[in-house]
Design a protein around this ligand. Sequence first.
Ligand SMILES: Cc1cc2nc3c(=O)[nH]c(=O)nc-3n(C[C@H](O)[C@H](O)[C@H](O)COP(=O)(O)OP(=O)(O)OC[C@H]3O[C@@H](n4cnc5c(N)ncnc54)[C@H](O)[C@@H]3O)c2cc1C
Length: 503
Amino acid sequence: MAISPTESADRVLVWFRRDLRVADHPALARALREARSVWCVFVLDPAILAGLPRDDRRVAFIHASLADLDAQIAVLSGGRARLIVRHAAAAEAIPDLAAELGVQAVHAHHDDDPAALARDARVRDRLAADGRALRTFKDHVIFERAEILTGAGTPYGVFTPYKNAWLKALHARPGLLADCGSDADGAALAAPPPGPWQDGAAVPAAEEFGFSAAPAGPPDDPGLRPGTRGGEALLHEFLDRIDDYDAVRDFPASPGPSHLGIHLRFGTLSLRRLVALALARIEGGSRGAQTWLSELIWRDFYHQVLFHHPHVVGHAYRADCDAIGWERGERADADFAAWCAGRTGYPLVDAGMRQLNATGYMHNRLRMVTASFLTKDLGVSWQRGEAYFALHLNDFELASNNGGWQWAASTGCDAQPWFRIFNPVTQSERFDPDGAFIRRWVPELARLQGKAIHAPWKARPAELAAARVALDIDYPLPIVDHDLAREKTLARFGSKGSGRPVV
Ligand SMILES: Cc1cc2nc3c(=O)[nH]c(=O)nc-3n(C[C@H](O)[C@H](O)[C@H](O)COP(=O)(O)OP(=O)(O)OC[C@H]3O[C@@H](n4cnc5c(N)ncnc54)[C@H](O)[C@@H]3O)c2cc1C
């Protein structure tokens, strides 16, 4: 019989997944508090790695973050313990290792992505068959699952009341953000069994599990800064400018956002700590921190949407929107390819896509602009855009990516109204007024002056000649006319002014 959730386990295996740090780590804290022997493992699961390019930036980030985690475990244990790394299906690797080490319990943090829930159910069953327990804890969000519900006991479908309930719940439980002290005493951390990797290394070289180094970004791109150390450096820089976040966050040429998304995705920093830091700044009157906290609450919001409505993976949140007749066929494929490559002829859209392709990051304003352009100017389904972002975004997170795409496509939970269609030129004039971001990412237009940078096809021939831009040769003509596309989208979603989209 497996031990109960409250019973103490003497030997525990801590399974790291999207929580690659030792500080403020609830699953590790509980193990170190109660067990005499504790081991730490990370599984490189071929099922997850299979669909990724061999030089995937996220894999390189994880790889370097594992080395950082291994070093943190070594320091915490006084040099005795190391991270155990396995390259195998988690559903086998975890029960096998648990048996080899003779642990009574495996500790991990909740992961509510549908595929992760299914994997954890398999691991739990196999462990239970051997009399061992899988014990999971909340870490990745502040409030999860059914912790924030409406008065009627249903999940929230609108962000603002959810946010108000979230803030109320946090004020009622201030202790929720307290550091759980997992890095205070590592006496129970035990030496690992011999690993399978060359030279006896704890963390294998990327080549040993089939990957190579990530491609270098452009010279002015700082690249990803992995591990807790990298996250701390970014956080330190961001805290110097957090007070301005509300004023500059929408302007992609400004250093507004934190770039911490990937650190939240892989848990190299503790979300609770970030929320506590934001709250402290809010107390000091920071409007920037207040806006930033709202963004972190959006993240929790989309996680609970995914948990309560797992059909959003592949389907519209609003069932009636599954019937929308998105464009298909050769023309749609060509439009999609042009969008992916940043060659739509709309400079701000192209700048955003090129930033994504070259660095794996895309500014939030441009995620909204490019997603709106794909779905509402090109009429291509949000699922195709979602899949492209999933493959390329460093901070790809199923819940937020799905939520963001369904927001932009007006098919989602508390989404953009369907008749609100971003004008890509107006967005450009508003959020990149002097064209600095466009000039950085679409260098063939860099010499264009004034408003021409936002809509080169409207420039006078003399302006184009002076800027040495030959349209349709150096830079594409627009692949779609926005005004016509707008009419088509309004028709696609339903008769103008009616509240509900129909096909
Ligand atoms: C079409 C589309 C796709 C998106 N895909 C993702 C994704 O795969 N992963 C992802 O983390 N975010 C996604 N977002 C949300 C947002 O664009 C990114 O979180 C943000 O740009 C990341 O940059 P940052 O870390 O510098 O963010 P900051 O502006 O510094 O925000 C801090 C953190 O808050 C969270 N956050 C911010 N905005 C949102 C939001 N709208 N929804 C949910 N969480 C938010 C993120 O964790 C982010 O790292 C998407 C948005 C859209 C419109």
